[in-house]
Ligand binder design. Structure first.
Ligand SMILES: Cc1cc2nc3c(=O)[nH]c(=O)nc-3n(C[C@H](O)[C@H](O)[C@H](O)COP(=O)(O)OP(=O)(O)OC[C@H]3O[C@@H](n4cnc5c(N)ncnc54)[C@H](O)[C@@H]3O)c2cc1C
Length: 551
């Protein structure tokens, strides 16, 4: 067993391993797909490394709707196989692989008519429940009368909502979950380095035998030798295929999806709500004491690293939600906004290299080079398995089967027992029970490592801000165990302060920088640089948001 920690010292060791060791597989990209491939390979006993150009999950994998779902809308397209696969993955995550991170969430599907619609939607949801087979981590759907809706979701307009059907899916903090998959892969021996970008491939004749990567923190270039390279670059796939001079059997276009975050008081409902729109669906998702509402779906061609919401995006979300809400959502209630880019895969006609799947595409455009894109967060594990199955051809030896279906992520072991000991743990450490529950839902059994930090200094048990659930020990843990290397990493992905706190967490920036500085070996200069980096990145966004809200 290896340590699952991610921190600056581990990163230096990873850079040394990248330079001096030979790998079976090198994974490009630390989003959820790359994380899935990394864990799949490591747990098969392969020697595997991952390089991520920025921070873990800094691309699409921190900007999703954060739902682990079968995809109700695929039922309308009769894509039962796809829905069944995603529902199977949902069950695995809730019950086995990551119950500490993936939680059931109920949704009301409001009805506007008494009989026909109820029969149609009811049949769809019965099928949705049936497609998960005999797995039962989540309750069945149920029909709700109009009278009951007034109690469960008083914000739904009684003049147009005649009843509802309640069904269940699951939700997750996507960036935290992706990081936890990567920590699990580390536990099984994977080498991981963030802020390392692949520049070009190394070839021996036509075969790809590694890559030249650059450490973006020092500028140093490293030649990595690997029998196979697996690219999981999402929306960067086309750009990289072109850079590497490879013709893939598919192309990736981008579609932007925006979410807004509003306080809990803005929508009175005990449960989530799904609304059918002309083009797709809109989710009103409970998120702690807040709501995430989204999403949009518009073609995008701008900067891949910095998608922004526009006035139209926000107006669309408000208009759709306000069709059924009373009181209406108001612009000035918006606390945060985030935008993400969906990697949409279009397969090239007559491709001989591509293994087609409706949801994701796996491609081997050269010996020693596999790429995978598309799909959705929910099916990351299957995507990881498919990519490594195809890459195994280039290892020219028998490779073990994937075992990730039975592999709990770090923190999952003992989680259910710990949930029953909340008050005991709270007493032992002098923390509120709500804090222990919050910690268990973020770290599972690794809560013991966070509590060690509290034990070493009681001050670390204090809340970072009285209106938010995070304690100071979590900020330290983000850099000592979770690979955060900047203020941005901590605010945007290890915590979700970037959209949970007012002003994108700008008021907390100095304190967070002071907490992490000693653990990252920062002097005053590095601390200031990291603060300024976050401020510059966010001030423009906060200003734009203020304009949007006031327009
Ligand atoms: C608005 C929105 C809502 C969504 N909601 C859901 C949902 O509720 N449920 C669901 O199941 N799915 C959802 N999805 C889909 C899901 O989020 C994506 O399918 C998934 O996150 C894609 O992950 P990925 O790893 O393929 O890509 P990414 O997360 O983008 O990862 C690619 C990584 O590659 C890295 N990279 C690029 N170039 C290089 C290089 N040269 N060297 C090293 N690294 C490099 C990037 O920095 C990036 O981190 C949603 C998507 C969007 C946009």
């Amino acid at each position: 067993m290896f340590s699952s920690e991610l921190n600056p010292e581990q990163r230096l060791q990873a850079l040394s391993a990248l330079a001096h060791e030979e790998f079976d597989i090198l994974v490009i990209g630390g989003g959820v797909t790359g994380a899935g491939a990394l864990l799949d390979a490591a747990s098969r006993g392969l020697k595997v490394a991952m390089v991520e150009a920025r921070d873990i999950a800094s691309g699409t994998s921190s900007r999703s709707s954060k739902l682990i779902h079968g995809g109700l809308r695929y039922l309308e397209q009769y894509d039962f196989k796809l829905v069944r696969e995603a529902l199977h993955e949902r069950e695995l995550m809730v019950a086995t692989t990551s119950p500490h991170l993936v939680k059931p969430v109920g949704f009301l599907y409001p009805l506007h008519e008494k009989y026909k619609e109820r029969t149609y939607v009811g049949a769809g949801l019965a099928l949705y429940d049936m497609l998960r087979g005999f797995q039962r981590a989540m309750p069945f759907h149920k029909h709700i009368s109009q009278r009951k809706i007034n109690q469960i979701a008083p914000s739904l307009r009684p003049d147009i909502v005649t009843g509802a059907i309640k069904y269940y899916d699951a939700q997750v903090d996507d960036a935290r979950h992706t990081m936890t998959i990567i920590r699990t892969a580390r536990r099984h021996g994977a080498v991981v380095a963030t802020h390392v970008e692949v520049q070009e491939l190394i070839r021996n004749g036509k075969k790809v035998v590694g890559a030249i990567v650059r450490d973006l923190l020092t500028g140093e270039e490293i030649k990595v030798t690997s029998k196979s390279v697996v690219m999981c670059a999402g929306i960067w796939s086309d750009e990289l295929h072109q850079k590497f001079g490879l013709t893939a059997g598919y192309g990736v276009t981008m579609s932007k999806g925006v979410h807004i975050v509003v306080p809990g008081s803005a929508i009175k409902s005990d449960t989530g709500i799904i609304l059918k729109t002309a083009i797709s669906v809109l989710f009103l998702i409970p998120w702690g004491d807040k709501w995430i509402v989204g999403t949009t779906d518009t073609p995008y061609t701008g900067d891949r690293a910095k998608p922004h919401a526009t006035d139209e995006d926000i107006q669309y979300i408000l208009d759709q939600a306000n069709k059924v809400l009373d009181p209406q959502l108001k612009r000035e209630e918006i606390i945060g906004v985030y935008a993400g880019l969906r990697p949409l895969v279009a397969n090239a006609k007559n491709s001989t290299t591509t293994k087609l799947s409706r949801e994701h595409t796996v491609d081997r455009s050269a010996p020693g080079f596999v790429s995978i894109a598309g799909g959705k967060y929910t099916t990351y594990r299957v995507m990881g398995k498919d990519a490594i199955d195809l890459a195994a051809i280039d290892l020219r030896r028998l490779v073990n089967d994937s075992c990730t279906e039975k592999l709990p992520l770090v923190g999952a072991d003992g989680y259910f027992a710990l949930v029953q000991q909340v008050s005991v743990i709270a007493n032992e450490y002098g923390l509120a029970e709500a804090t222990i529950t919050h910690l268990l839902n973020r770290y599972g059994s690794m809560i013991s490592e966070v509590l060690e930090i509290v034990k070493s200094d009681k001050k670390n048990g204090q809340l970072l801000d009285s209106t938010l659930p995070y304690i100071k020990a979590e900020i330290i843990y983000a850099v000592t165990h979770e690979g955060a290397m900047s203020v941005d990493d901590v605010i945007s992905r290890r915590t979700r302060l970037a959209f949970e706190a007012p002003q994108a967490g700008l008021e907390l920036v100095d304190e967070i920088a002071s907490i992490i500085a000693p653990y990252l070996g920062w002097g005053a200069k590095e601390k200031k640089a990291s603060i300024n980096e976050y401020r510059t990145q966010v001030e423009a966004e906060v200003e734009a948001l203020a304009e949007l809200i006031n327009s």
